[in-house]
Design a protein around this ligand. Structure first.
Ligand SMILES: Cc1cc2nc3c(=O)[nH]c(=O)nc-3n(C[C@H](O)[C@H](O)[C@H](O)COP(=O)(O)OP(=O)(O)OC[C@H]3O[C@@H](n4cnc5c(N)ncnc54)[C@H](O)[C@@H]3O)c2cc1C
Length: 424
């Protein structure tokens, strides 16, 4: 069946992850007639919550941390009426080295720029003043340099740069792009102390980032079609002319536009010749229901771990959620084995080493983000394409940011802006 696109200047958004939702928000606000087509049975993509029958709980697909410097994400939440659904971590972040028992706190959020830059050197046990010099190498790192090559090995690498790099770039320092990490640090440090406050979703990722946005879009009359996988696009000359879904095709009018907001591999399958970051990197999450609400040292919402398997423990009442980033070596291990390993680390972190393993669930995201290597940086496309009515959005496009919520939301805004500029 072939239908004509609706009346007026329609924009078809393919993919209801945060990039697609942010594009829909901006375009519907500008008065465009928008409709969203999503392949999955739900919106949210890689940032969503779901009911887990094993735990009898709603859980997130994975822990997501924001920082108060993530202005686009905070603006998105404000526009959808969800600004008050994040909780801010108070004070310094506690860390524990599971292999030695060393504990420390990292306070990057107070004092002037120099103090914050020097904080890891003074606060991380084993770090040397010489490590501060290595930061100059990061500042001048060439595009092809990895984080490890720029900053060098040592205790500061293992206790600060490695956890920071894998958390932010989901890529080991041996492979991660030093230039991308430098960009992140620059934004965070120059944003001032307030920019470094960690923020987490109070109730769940969907409750913050998906459901309120869908409600705002529904109020603007934006339809969301679920289970609608785009299979092919007709491209003629410099225009996209038709969209083909299972059992339905849409002929695009001359005034219609398309936003492709799907992951990189899906975009390159739809658009032959498009260069995208090719490799992906996994994240493993575990969720445990504790017997009673847990506490991390200092009473915050998270603790960083080194020297074990678990990397971060996030607490939401009696739910402890554990992250292992850059987890390609773990992703194929059986869930039971991962639960045992990660519970051992979690119990130590929460000060209950003898506790029996509580009910738990492993969530594996094999393609959590693209692998953020120097090579991949060269393969990130801008939002505009050779087809004047088709733009790209997604955390893998050339936002200058890592593949994060902030990057995805900015990419959606940039795609929307490119269409608005082109139609002016
Ligand atoms: C476990 C995990 C932990 C993370 N932790 C953090 C964190 O701590 N902080 C942070 O900021 N970020 C984090 N991220 C990254 C963040 O979730 C992503 O950067 C962001 O959600 C990507 O959004 P997106 O819209 O670009 O892509 P996606 O969320 O992948 O959205 C793309 C959508 O397109 C749909 N789609 C695909 N193909 C088609 C098709 N042919 N037709 C129609 N629809 C299609 C998909 O179903 C999907 O809904 C994490 C990600 C994971 C997986």
């Amino acid at each position: 069946m072939t239908t004509q696109s609706g009346p007026g200047r329609a924009v078809h958004i393919i993919g209801a992850g945060l990039a697609g939702l942010a594009a829909a928000l901006a375009l519907s606000k500008s008065g465009r007639s928008v409709c969203i087509h999503e392949a999955a049975p739900q919106a949210g993509g890689r940032c969503r919550s779901f009911h887990d029958a094993t735990l009898g709980r709603r859980i997130d697909n994975g822990n997501h941390l924001l920082l108060s410097a993530n202005r686009a994400a905070l603006d998105y939440l404000a526009e959808t009426g969800a600004a008050d659904t994040l909780v801010a971590g108070d004070g310094p972040i506690p860390f524990l080295d599971l292999s030695t028992g060393d504990a420390w706190k990292l306070d990057l959020g107070t004092g002037g720029l120099l103090r914050r830059l020097a904080a890891p050197v003074f606060q991380v046990p084993g770090a040397r003043c010489l490590d501060a010099v290595a930061m100059v190498r990061l500042a001048t790192a060439r595009p092809e340099t990895s984080v490890l090559d720029a900053l060098g090995p040592g205790p500061l690498m293992e206790r600060f740069w490695r956890p920071f790099t894998t958390a932010v770039l989901n890529t080991d320092p041996e492979e991660a792009s030093a230039a991308l990490l430098r960009g992140v640090l620059g934004t965070l440090l120059f944003e001032g102390g307030d920019g470094l406050i960690p923020l987490t979703a109070r109730d769940g990722l969907s409750e913050s980032f998906v459901d309120p946005c869908l409600a705002a879009l529904a109020a603007r009359g934006v339809p969301l079609g679920l289970g609608r996988r785009l299979r092919a696009i007709d491209l003629e000359g410099n225009r996209a002319t038709a969209l083909h879904f299972q059992g339905e095709s849409i002929a695009l009018a001359d005034t219609d536009d398309v936003v492709i907001a799907v992951p990189a591999t899906a975009a390159s399958a739809l658009l032959p010749g498009l260069t995208v970051p090719a490799e992906t990197s996994a994240i493993v999450n575990a969720h445990f229901i504790l017997e009673a609400p847990g506490q991390v040292p200092g009473g915050g919402v998270l603790i960083g771990l080194v020297g074990g398997t678990a990397e971060w423990v996030f607490l939401r009442g009696d739910l402890a959620s554990i992250t292992v980033s850059a987890a390609d070596t773990w992703i194929d291990r059986p869930a039971e084995e991962l639960l045992d390993l990660l519970w051992r680390d979690t119990a130590t972190a929460l000060g209950q080493p003898d506790a029996a393993r509580p009910p738990g669930r492993i969530v594996k995201e094999r393609r959590a983000t693209f692998r953020q290597t120097p090579e991949a940086m060269k393969r990130r496309p801008v939002s505009t394409t050779a087809w004047r009515n088709l733009v790209l959005a997604g955390d893998w496009t050339n936002t200058g940011l890592p593949a994060t919520i902030e990057g995805a939301i900015r990419s959606g805004g940039a795609a929307a802006q490119a269409l608005m500029d082109a139609r002016e």
